[in-house]
Design a protein around this ligand. Structure first.
Ligand code: AVJ
Length: 326
């Protein structure tokens, strides 16, 4: 400690609200989806602490260009995005994860409040604490919430107009009809004069898309199979990861990536309150990741009731950022 140490103003600690108990019961949801005729696990169950970190690793893979493409769009068009969105507004970040994407826009958007919403409570808590040290002047709120069923913003969130941010092509996890319903809820959360800023991955060649979700290092395989460990914890199940393999492919007919875990052999799995047998090659569907076209994205936003819409893409036209007025 010398005489030149600088006094950093103390950042007000981010407020943190856990709203998870108010929504549906994840254990009951898992038991039902695993017992269904076509068993599935909702993608939100990927994001335990290891899953959140494996997703960060996916974003570093050369085969997975989404995150970098979106970052380039924000770099090139950030000023224009801020002009259209308006500055000095609450920024509501849905599925905030490590909060990196929103942080990139703080400089241009100059938000009046940052509201980070995510299902991964512990990971969000950690990231938000670090973020608030880097941005001591910006009031922050963390909301641990499963917003796939309802998007209820508590009173602590400053009133509209708000900028609702849904980056990273997370919208791709919704089937088209559900995406529409979700966008309508996002529009309501904006308030009059607010807007959404939405990232969407675009349809590309099947080969490139297959590789983005089945990378040779096996990072995506680890991310996918790790869901079974989270299920084990949530419902006291006894899935053995070694009995399952990662399956991922682009289906051009539905314009979506499908991810599954596939049984390598006949297995019997038990969990708290149930269990089931799986035959070798039986699959559990773990994720859909829909890809959009520019006209398709525009039409979806119009149908959800949005007004003026602007679209930006990267140089390769692999990714789009849309800004739509509520
Ligand atoms: C976080 C839903 C946007 O669909 O690309 C990445 C998740 N799954 N690799 C995506 C994911 C496999 C990702 N989203």
């Amino acid at each position: 400690m010398g005489s030149n140490d600088v006094r950093v103003p103390l950042a007000p600690a981010p407020r943190f609200l856990d709203l998870r108990t108010a929504s549906a019961d994840p254990a009951a949801e898992l038991r039902a989806s695993l017992a269904a005729d076509a068993p599935f696990i909702a993608p939100k169950f990927f994001y335990d602490p290891l899953g959140s970190r494996l997703f960060e690793a996916i974003c570093e893979l050369p085969e997975y260009p989404l995150t970098r493409a979106e970052r380039r769009i924000f770099e090139r068009h950030g000023e224009e995005i801020a002009t259209r969105a308006g500055i000095d507004r609450p920024l509501v970040d849905l599925g905030a994860g490590n909060c990196e994407k929103a942080e990139q826009l703080f400089r241009v958007l100059a938000p009046s409040q940052y509201v980070a919403v995510d299902i991964a409570a512990d990971f969000l808590h950690e990231c938000l604490a670090a973020l608030s040290l880097r941005h001591p002047g910006l009031p922050m709120v963390g909301l641990a919430q499963d917003f796939t069923f309802a998007l209820a913003l508590p009173d602590i969130v400053q009133p509209g107009p708000r900028t609702v941010f849904y980056p990273g092509s997370s919208i791709g996890n919704f089937a088209p009809h559900d995406a529409l319903a979700f966008l309508e809820r996002m529009r309501a959360a904006c308030g009059p004069g607010g807007c959404v800023v939405l990232g969407a991955d675009l349809v590309r060649h099947k080969h490139a898309l297959d590789l983005a979700y089945d990378d040779p290092l096996g990072v995506t395989a680890a991310f996918n199979l790790n869901v079974l460990r989270n299920v084990n914890r949530c419902i006291d199940a006894d899935f053995d990861v070694a009995d399952w393999r990662h399956v991922a492919f682009f289906d051009p007919v539905t314009a979506r990536i499908e991810m599954h875990v596939e049984a390598r052999c006949d297995v019997a799995v038990r969990w708290n309150g149930g269990g089931r047998r799986f035959r070798a090659t039986d699959r559990i569907h773990t994720e859909n990741s829909y890809k959009y076209t520019l006209p398709g994205l525009g039409a979806l936003l119009r149908r959800a009731g949005f007004g003026d819409t602007w679209l930006w893409t990267d140089e390769e036209d692999s990714f789009a950022v849309a800004l739509a007025a509520a």
